[in-house]
Ligand binder design. Structure first.
Ligand SMILES: *Cc1c(COP(=O)(O)O)cnc(C)c1O
Ligand SMILES: [Zn+2]
Length: 571
């Protein structure tokens, strides 16, 4: 393997030996790695080398080290591993249905060793430190880097000094301390914590991790692109994306890569990864890039929308989402902007409130609990879909990280349980009832569902989606039918408080059900909400006029829209 280090500012090139603090020629900080794929073939066309390299992967395990030839480490013996990389690429089933976009995928970085995509960075950076013989290092972090680096440096026998701001959630800081790192809490912004960390490292002559400017971080993030390309290739070939047979079918680039950004290292590295694969003839293109920041700290989003070539800093970030609190993005903004101008995409701002709503929604709908920084990305997805920037057929990959426990209380409040008291034996004796009877009554009281809804929908996926929305919010008893005839029968039998109805169904369609209900004196007052995939003609609209409470278009309503309509329709 031949790696050359290139300085972004003066374009000087150096052979890669060990982590450099800056360009030896001009002292600029931003360095990139360039690879010559000399293994396994010395010569030959790049595309041929790409194919041969890919053949090697089938024999390798499910870890980011399977891409060994394109990673900046000289010897395997220096690898410090906790099982990083090759995280699942999950389809967002219910969310995709709700949004009407079938190809939304979640790159589930929550399943990394410490629960965020920073595990990749830690694995590469700490391995490189070990290779360079570094025994003590300094890092500044908005939270997740601190946790990941602490775990890996514990394993590598490296003492770590971690500088965080005091707004990092206590749960995260404790985890850092648990791994044996020194935690220095800086009362100030993240940019100030970074400055203090650099001064501390210089004064004690310790190695300072340089984040996005250094080699390790970008090279680590690259592996996200490699994995996604391999996994999407499997999916397109109709295979399980967890299978390690990447040489068997073409790799794919998603149309979009989405991530919330602070320093911007994730997307910069991911785009570098796709660029390398393209150069090797393994994928046809780079994705469009959508980056998101919180409105309280959005130097990149604001500068981007103002068309500025360099970012205007935010001196006092105001956001509860500390992971994203970089106010001074520096060169990263320029690099990201160039990438977006060339390949398409955007940098947008999202409010904290929108992010927290998205967090709750993704957990309820698809069983995926993400940390607030990732929730910013989901809120961003909803925004771009609403604005028509992400089209229904496009493939979207979302970088998904994190634990929710620092914020769960904030989202669901204190009253999320149903309290159950077990019958007291003395009372039972008085009431002359058995313990079993008392328990049954108590269990009965647990389920206080009162509103009965009949759902008539022939598409089983759509039925599952609507059922899920109702289950997750509200005291509804849901009965389901999958065609108009049996729907009508069910409505007659169960006398629901509300009917949710599809229009296009075999035999008796939704219009027929509405008309039958209106002709029946015992059902004509029962409120009906229609959910349809069909664009209604003016004739059809007239047929429904005055007979239904609400009309929702499939794939273009959010759960809260449906719940609001239900609330309004119920007596
Ligand atoms: C670090 C982090 C970010 C920001 O990443 P950058 O690519 O460095 O901007 C976003 N989300 C999560 C969960 C993170 O841990
Ligand atoms: Zn230089």
């Amino acid at each position: 393997m031949n790696i050359t280090i290139v300085c972004r500012a003066c374009q000087s090139k150096f052979a890669f030996k060990r982590p450099l603090p800056a360009c030896p020629n001009c002292n600029n900080g931003w360095l990139d790695a360039e690879y010559e794929l000399t293994h396994p073939v010395q010569n030959g066309h790049l595309a041929q080398r790409g194919q041969e390299w890919r053949q090697l992967l089938d024999q390798r395990g499910a870890s980011l080290w399977r891409y060994r030839e394109l990673l900046p480490l000289h010897h395997d013996k220096n690898i410090v591993s906790l099982g990083e990389g090759w995280t699942p690429l999950l389809k967002a089933h219910n969310l995709s249905l709700m949004l009407g976009h079938p190809n939304i995928y979640i790159k589930d970085e929550r399943q990394g060793p410490t629960g965020s995509f920073k595990d990749r960075q830690a694995a590469i950076a700490i391995s490189a430190m070990k290779e360079a013989g570094i025994k003590e290092a300094v890092v500044a972090s908005t939270g997740n880097v601190a946790i990941a680096y602490s775990a890996y440096s514990a394993r590598a026998g490296i003492k770590l000094w971690v500088f965080v701001t005091s707004s990092v959630p206590a749960e995260k800081m404790r985890e850092v301390a648990l791994y044996g790192s020194e935690v220095i809490k800086v009362a100030g912004t993240y940019d100030e914590a970074k400055r203090v960390a650099a001064e501390f490292a210089a004064s004690k002559n310790l190695f300072l991790d340089r984040g996005i400017k250094g080699i390790a971080a970008k090279e680590a993030m690259k592996t996200l692109a490699f994995e996604v390309a391999e996994q999407l290739g499997s999916i397109a070939a109709g295979q399980n994306p967890a299978m390690l047979n990447g040489s068997q079918h073409p790799w794919r680039t998603p149309d979009w890569y989405l991530q919330a950004v602070s320093g911007g290292m994730g997307p910069v590295g991911v785009m570098k990864g796709f660029a390398e694969l393209k150069r090797l003839g393994l994928v046809p293109k780079l994705p469009k890039l959508a980056c998101f920041q919180t409105s309280g700290c959005a130097p990149m989003a604001r500068s981007f929308h103002q068309g500025l070539a360099t970012a205007v800093n935010v001196d006092e970030p105001r956001t509860d989402i500390t992971t994203l609190a970089t106010g001074a993005p520096g060169e990263a903004y320029e690099v990201l902007r160039e990438l977006i101008l060339q390949h398409g995409g955007t940098i947008d701002a999202i409010t904290d409130v929108a992010a927290f709503n998205a967090l709750h929604l993704v957990a309820k709908m698809d069983g995926i609990s993400v940390e607030p920084a990732t929730a910013v990305t989901f809120a961003g997805l909803f925004k771009l879909i609403r604005e028509g920037k992400i089209l229904p057929h496009e493939t979207v990959v979302i970088n998904c990280s994190g634990h929710t426990f620092p914020v769960e209380k904030h989202i669901i409040g204190e009253h999320y349980t149903r309290d159950m008291s077990l019958p007291d034996t003395g009372e039972l004796a008085k009431a002359n009832r058995s313990r079993e009877e008392g328990l049954l009554t108590a269990l009965e009281e647990l389920d206080s569902r009162v509103q009965r809804i009949v759902l008539v929908e022939d598409n089983l996926d759509a039925a599952r989606l609507i059922r899920r929305i109702l289950q997750a919010q509200g005291n509804f008893l849901i009965d389901e039918a999958h065609d108009g005839q049996s729907g009508l029968r069910l409505i007659r039998e169960s006398r629901p408080n509300l009917v949710i109805l599809d229009l296009m169904m075999p035999e008796l369609d939704g219009f027929g059900v509405v008309e039958a209900m209106k002709a029946d004196p015992t059902l004509k007052e029962t409120p009906i909400i229609v959910i349809t995939a069909k664009e209604l003609t003016s004739d059809e609209k007239e047929r429904l006029d005055g007979k239904i409470k609400a009309l929702l278009q499939k794939g273009s309503f959010m759960d809260s829209d449906l719940l609001n309509d239900i609330q309004k329709a119920l007596p």
